[in-house]
Design a protein around this ligand. Structure first.
Ligand SMILES: Cc1cc2nc3c(=O)[nH]c(=O)nc-3n(C[C@H](O)[C@H](O)[C@H](O)COP(=O)(O)OP(=O)(O)OC[C@H]3O[C@@H](n4cnc5c(N)ncnc54)[C@H](O)[C@@H]3O)c2cc1C
Length: 482
C-alpha cells in the first residue's frame, strides 16, 4: 500500500510492557513500510507500566515487580536500542551466578557442573543417581504437566526440589498443574531434538565452546549463538540504572500520540462496515480499524464474552497466581551471612512459606541500595498459597520475618530501615494443562473477529521477553492486515 492511503487507526488496550512494545513496534514498522498508521495506547490505571513499577525511596531503587530480563531474546535488546537506552543498561554482577536453595534446613549452593552436582547434598544419593539415568528415559510428545515431564526424565525428588523451585521462581506456579509444552517449550524441543535434556545440554555446551573458539580467532559469530552470561540460563539478567521503570518511561515518551491513562475500556463492539468501537468507563469512545487487547486474560473476558461467548470462556480459563513482594532495606551487619549471590528459592514442603528471596543489591551492586545498606526482596504466595492476598500487611510481614529468621538468621526483632509490600492478586498467568489447545481454539474464534488481536503475558509467555517478542510479531501481522 502507498503512503498516500488514508491513515488507519490502531488502538492498543493496556499500557503494560506488552501494550507499549506493540505500539512502539507498530510505529516503527509502519514508518519502515511508509504506512500512515495512528496508534493510541489506552490504559485503565492512572500510570503506565502494569506490573512494572520502580520506587525510589531514601537511596533505594525498589522494583515492585520484575527486576530485569534475560538478554538472550533479541526483541528486547532491540527495543532498548531503538529507545536509545543503551547507556542506561546494567547487567547482573558475575557473582550473581551463585544461587542457593533452602534444602534440609540449610541454604545450599546450587551446583553448576556435573561433578559439583554429584557431591552436592541438595538431593539424596538415590535422587542424584536417578538423575544420572536421564539420557535413557523415554520421550513423550503432546501435553503433560511439568511434574509428569520432570518425574519421567529426572525422577520424583529432582522434579519436586529442582524443577518445583525453579517453577516457583518463574511462574509462582504448581508443577502438577502447569503444562510443560506451554510453559517451557524449549525443554520439550530439547527432548524432541536430542532424546534427552543432558544430551541437549552437552550439545549446547559444545556449540558454546565452538563459538568461543571462533571469537578468539576474531570471527563474527552473531548475537544468536553467543553464550549466555553469569546470572541466568543462557542469558544475562539485564536492567536499567534507575530500574525497569526506565523502559516504560522511554517507550511511552517515544509514542507519537501520548498514551491515555485513566482510560479503562469497558465495551468493545464491531462497527458497521468494519472496524471497532471502544467505550471507556468515563463514557468516552474511540474508533479503530484494529484493536490489540494486551490486558490480562481476566480483563479481556468481559470485553470478549459479548462478542463471542466461547472466546470469553477460553480467556476466562486462563488463571493467574497471586504474589506479594516484600522489599527490605537494611544494614548488612544485621544479616549474619553474606549476601553472596543472586538469592535463594524454597522448594515446597521444606518448611518456609516464602517462595524465595532475591538479593537485589548483590545482583546489581551500586544501583539498588545506598552504599552502606543492602536491599533484599522476598516473594511469597503463588499457586500453592492463594490466600496470601487476604492477609494484612502485619500478617505478611510476620510470615516473612519468621522465614528470614529461619533461612538467613535475621533476628525477628530487627526493624529494617525500609519495608515495602507490593501485592499482585493476579500476578503471574498460569499456563495450565490444555493451554496450547486453548490458544488454538482462541485463534480459530478470532478469525471471525477481523481486526482484533490478543497479546500480553496471559497467552504466549509470562516473561517480558516473550511479551516483547510477540509484540514484534503481532505488529507485523496487523500492518499486513490493515
Ligand atoms: C512480582 C512479579 C515479578 C516478575 N518478575 C519478572 C522478571 O523479573 N522478569 C520478567 O521477564 N518478567 C517478570 N514478571 C512478569 C512480567 O511482569 C510480565 O511479563 C509483564 O510485565 C506483563 O506485561 P503485560 O503488558 O502483558 O501485562 P500488565 O503488566 O499486567 O499490563 C496490563 C495493563 O492493562 C491494563 N488494563 C487492564 N484492563 C484494562 C482495560 N479494560 N482497559 C485499559 N487498560 C486495562 C492494566 O491496568 C495494566 O496496566 C514478574 C511478574 C510479577 C507479578
Amino acid at each position: 500500500m502507498s503512503s498516500r492511503s488514508p491513515s488507519r487507526q490502531v488502538v492498543v488496550v493496556g499500557g503494560g510492557i506488552a501494550g507499549l512494545a506493540t505500539a512502539a513496534q507498530l510505529e516503527e514498522q509502519a514508518a519502515r513500510r511508509a504506512r500512515d498508521v495512528d496508534v493510541v495506547v489506552v490504559e485503565g490505571a492512572d500510570r503506565l507500566g502494569g506490573n512494572i513499577q520502580t520506587d525510589r525511596v531514601d537511596g533505594f531503587t525498589i522494583e515492585n515487580g520484575p527486576n530485569g530480563f534475560l538478554d538472550n531474546v533479541e526483541a528486547t535488546p532491540a527495543l532498548v536500542r531503538s529507545l536509545g537506552l543503551e547507556d542506561r543498561v546494567i547487567q547482573a554482577d558475575e557473582s550473581a551466578a551463585v544461587r542457593y536453595l533452602w534444602r534440609k534446613a540449610a541454604l545450599r549452593r546450587l551446583p553448576t557442573g556435573p561433578v559439583s552436582f554429584l557431591r552436592s547434598p541438595i538431593l539424596s544419593l538415590r535422587g542424584r543417581l536417578r538423575l544420572l539415568s536421564e539420557p535413557w528415559m523415554p520421550t513423550v510428545s503432546g501435553d503433560e504437566t511439568i511434574y509428569e515431564f520432570a518425574r519421567r526424565r529426572i525422577g520424583d525428588e529432582a522434579a519436586r526440589v529442582l524443577v518445583g523451585s525453579m517453577v516457583s521462581g518463574v511462574f509462582a506456579g504448581d508443577i502438577e498443574r502447569l503444562s510443560l509444552p506451554a510453559a517451557f517449550p524449549k525443554m520439550r524441543a530439547m527432548e524432541q531434538e536430542h532424546g534427552s535434556l543432558v544430551r541437549a545440554m552437552i550439545a549446547k555446551m559444545r556449540a558454546r565452546r565452538a563459538v568461543r573458539k571462533a571469537e578468539s580467532r576474531g570471527e563474527d559469530v552473531g548475537e544468536a549463538t553467543r553464550p549466555g552470561g553469569p546470572a541466568g540460563p543462557g542469558g544475562t539478567l539485564t536492567s536499567f540504572a534507575g530500574g525497569m521503570q526506565e523502559l516504560v518511561q522511554a517507550a511511552a515518551s517515544r509514542l507519537r500520540k501520548p498514551a491515555r491513562t485513566g482510560w479503562k475500556i469497558e465495551h468493545l463492539a464491531r462497527r458497521n462496515g468494519g472496524g471497532w468501537h471502544l467505550g471507556a468507563r468515563s463514557g468516552e469512545v474511540l474508533e479503530a480499524d484494529a484493536v490489540v487487547l494486551t490486558v490480562p486474560s481476566r480483563h479481556a473476558t468481559p470485553l470478549l464474552s459479548p462478542l463471542d461467548s466461547e472466546l470469553g470462556e477460553l480467556t476466562s480459563a486462563i488463571g493467574a497466581a497471586p504474589i506479594v513482594v516484600v522489599a527490605l532495606g537494611l544494614e548488612p551487619s544485621r544479616i549474619p551471612r553474606p549476601l553472596d549471590g543472586f538469592g535463594f528459592l524454597v522448594p515446597r514442603g521444606e518448611g518456609p512459606r516464602i517462595l524465595g528471596c532475591l538479593w537485589d543489591s548483590s545482583i546489581f551492586p551500586g544501583h539498588r541500595a545506598p552504599e552502606s545498606k543492602v536491599l533484599i526482596r522476598v516473594m511469597i504466595g503463588g499457586a500453592h498459597d492463594e490466600e496470601i492476598c487476604d492477609l494484612s500487611d502485619d500478617e505478611i510481614l510476620s510470615e516473612v520475618r519468621r522465614d528470614l529468621a529461619t533461612t538467613l538468621g535475621l533476628p525477628t526483632d530487627v526493624r529494617p530501615d525500609l519495608e515495602r509490600i507490593y501485592r499482585y492478586p493476579a500476578g503471574i498467568s498460569q499456563y495450565e494443562i490444555g493451554h496450547l489447545q486453548r490458544l488454538d481454539a482462541m485463534n480459530r474464534r478470532l478469525t471471525d473477529l477481523p481486526g482484533l488481536w490478543l497479546g500480553g503475558s496471559s497467552y504466549y509467555g509470562v516473561a517480558m521477553n516473550a511479551c516483547i517478542a510477540k509484540a514484534v510479531e503481532q505488529a507485523s501481522e496487523i500492518l499486513d492486515w490493515l
